[in-house]
Design a protein around this ligand. Structure first.
Ligand code: MSP
Length: 474
């Protein structure tokens, strides 16, 4: 039986969720729902969660005047609430402070140590707490991390344990070259190939002086480097949750390009060293900006997913985010554009279409349709999902919405009567049920609502499906 295992990054709990986190999680949800519909619920495993150890979180807890555990409990709760609001259907919410994960990470690292993949050495370099990693001199911009320019880099020298990445690299490189695991989009694969071919050094996998972490079993002075702890979540979840073991390896790891190196090379090296199968696809999507600027607290343009839900409804927010730009590219979002698109595609688009058709059906007393009356699934949708292009799949559905709208205008059914009227209406309803069915991974509630309307014994005009947005001042 085919199975499908999809993951999102586990998000840092130093701050509450924003729309960037929501974007990845929402797309993963669309995939999980799509495959549940096509493969059956028990064959899909969708994992998301929070990354709770490390210096960055410990510092955020101090600033909040809380203990790290209290603080992480609180912020992890905020993530869970946000996902509930967006109707995210994850099968498990992972937290790296879960004792079962901690035990497994210790076990795995001990075996890597026993097998000679880990050794003790000294590290000197510039550390970015924002990224939780060392920044190489040629990456630094005037001694600052390009992603966190408002923080200074710490000059550090410490004794660490190292993973023999340089020794593992040639084999992992070969596996990537041979597509034994796929990094997508292909430009991203090429970036990783170039980086590996330019030479890979061993990486440190432990820290001293960061007590908020998992102690190394053979040397309690050290805690596991937070990135190593975090990456293993994808695997440990399948081990400690009952009945999930067969889901490894992951079918798709979704993430943005900021953390691709960890996911497209270090992770595979670790898995290879442990002797585990590699994930099938690592897909890095782009970064989005808001009104042309990077989302940041200091600029004050951070979009809270709850605000989008309040403004557009849960399915409106889901539709606007997934269709904002091609998955994989960078893009800009703006509330003004979202407002326009909401009115065009949802209020005047599918909402208006459904209520026009339902009103005519109500007038002639049509009803009694079932799911089997729906038009056939458009084969391009499955292909788009296989290519990890959810926005494309959505655009095929919208082509049909526009086509049907056009067809109705051409037919002018309000001028028809009797048999010819009920014949065209039947055709519209079959198409609409098909559209509603195909929308379900994207807009689960509205999809069900449309199905309920058009499969009722007597079709009646629905109220308030994607009500038009009145002009709002921003
Ligand atoms: N904790 C690590 C991930 C460990 S996974 C083993 C981490 N966390 S994070 O909170 O910084 O989340 C990064 C991820 O959030 C990105 O890879 C992306 O999925 C999402 N995004 C955060 N900001 C984003 C945008 N502005 N645009 C698109 N996605 C964004 O890194």
């Amino acid at each position: 039986m085919k199975k499908f295992y999809i993951t999102t990054p586990i998000y840092y709990v130093n701050d509450k969720p924003h729309v960037g986190h929501a974007y990845t999680t929402l797309v993963a949800d669309v995939f999980a729902r799509y495959y549940r519909n096509t493969l059956g619920g028990e064959n899909v495993f969708f994992l998301t969660g929070t990354d709770e150890h490390g210096q960055k979180i410990a510092e955020a807890a101090v600033t909040a005047g809380k203990s790290p555990q209290e603080f992480t409990d609180e912020v992890a709760g905020q993530f869970q609430k946000a996902w509930e609001l967006l109707n995210i259907s994850h099968d498990h919410f992972f937290r790296t402070t879960d004792k079962r994960h901690i035990n497994l990470v210790q076990e795995i690292l001990q075996s890597l140590y026993d097998n000679g993949y880990i050794y003790k050495g000294a590290y000197k370099g510039l550390y970015c707490v924002g990224c939780e990693r060392y920044i190489l001199p040629d990456e630094a911009d005037e001694n600052r991390c390009p992603l966190h320019p408002n923080k200074t880099l710490d000059e550090r020298e410490e004794e660490n344990y190292f993973l023999k990445l340089s020794e593992l690299a040639p084999e992992v490189l070969r596996m990537l070259e041979e597509d034994r695991y796929r990094v997508l989009p292909v430009e991203k694969k090429n970036e990783i190939l170039a980086k590996v071919r330019a030479g890979v050094k061993d990486i440190s996998i432990s820290r001293t002086g960061v007590p908020w972490g998992i102690p190394l079993p053979w040397d309690q002075e050290h805690t596991v480097y937070v990135w190593i702890d975090a990456l293993f979540n994808y695997y440990t979840a399948t081990k400690f949750l009952s009945g999930r073991e067969h889901f490894w390896p992951a079918d798709v790891h979704l993430l943005a390009k900021d953390i691709l190196w960890f996911h497209a090379f270090i992770w595979e090296a670790l898995l290879h060293a442990v002797g585990l199968e590699l994930p099938k696809i690592v897909f890095a999507h782009g970064f989005f900006t808001v009104d042309g600027q990077k989302m940041s607290k200091s600029i004050g343009n951070v979009i809270d997913p709850a605000m989008l839900v309040e403004r557009y409804g849960v399915d409106g927010a889901r539709y606007l985010l997934v269709s904002a730009f091609p998955f994989g590219n960078d893009g800009d979002i703006s509330l003004a554009r979202f407002d326009e698109k909401y009115n065009a595609d949802l209020a005047n688009g599918i909402g208006n279409l459904a209520s026009r058709v339902a009103k005519l059906c109500e007038k002639v007393g049509l009803g009694g349709f079932s799911m089997s009356d729906a038009e056939e699934v458009d084969g391009r949708i499955a292909e788009a999902f296989a290519r990890v292009s959810p926005d494309e799949a959505l655009s095929y559905i919208w082509e049909r919405v526009t086509e049907l709208d056009k067809r109705i205008n051409e037919d002018a059914p309000w001028k028809l009567e009797g048999k010819s009227l009920s014949e065209v209406l039947r055709m519209y309803v079959c198409r609409l049920i098909g559209i509603a069915r195909d929308c379900s991974p994207f807009m689960p509630l509205s999809s069900q609502r449309l199905i309920d309307v058009f499969t009722a014994d007597a079709i009646t005009k629905p109220d308030g499906l994607f009500a038009r947005l009145e002009k709002k001042t921003q």
